[in-house]
Ligand binder design. Sequence first.
Ligand code: ZN
Length: 292
Amino acid sequence: MRDFSTDHRWLSINTATVRRQLGVDWPLPQILDACAARGIRAVSPWRDQVAAAGLDATARQLRALGLELSGYCRGGMFTYSDGAGRQTARDDNRRALDEACTLGAGCLVLVVGGLPGALEGRTAHRDIAAAREQVSEGIAALLDDARSRGMPLAIEPLHPMYAADRACINTLAQSLDVCDALDPSRSGALGVAVDVYHVWWDPQLEAQIRRAGRERLLAFHVCDWLVPTTDLLNDRGMMGDGVIDLRRIRGWVEAQGYAGYSEVEVFSAAHWWQRAGGEVLDTCIDRHRRCL
Ligand code: ZN
């Protein structure tokens, strides 16, 4: 297992961690500069942040700063209630793939979608099995393009509390079932993003990480689970402040040969988004060394 205690060369910052500090949007170009100034070598930006800064300008800045992308957030939201919704989802995923390629991302992260319309408060039906079928179809439709362009797709299972509105794929086992069905040769074009926040509780976690193996482990996201958690979406903890056995899980992932970045992804409306961005980045570096 790699020793993270003496440097932070394998730290990546998911830029949602510092997207809005003290009530003010922190523009992506400034986030990238602040990361580079601290010797952080990788980030994972969100599409809205890149759109605000400009895709080509962001690509140029990343190259100039020598920053890599541990992933790009995000594609997915494959579920639909009619033909127009299906086409909208497919078109949007093609654009996400284009952007990921322009930025040279390590993978395109997929948050697959829940029951159609649920996120907007107008749930179209209650058939979660049908939603899961649509997810598999949507990934299959994107996979050929992704493969030919050399951009791996990383399915991110989300904690079951998001099954209705964000992702009906909720365990690593489910994610790997899709991978096995669509990419049986384990080509590396399709895999998973293991986010400890979503999967730490799963009694099958170690076994499923082993099942994923090197070829399917495309990203590793870290934060912590606070007790109590006061918000379903935006109350993630900084590493070391919660109950996740981070080092043990990282050990399982690295035992499979994963040697990529640990991407810090903390959505924290009440706490970390209420600090100056530089202080949050410094804390990420410190906790990455001490708690991971
Ligand atoms: Zn994540």
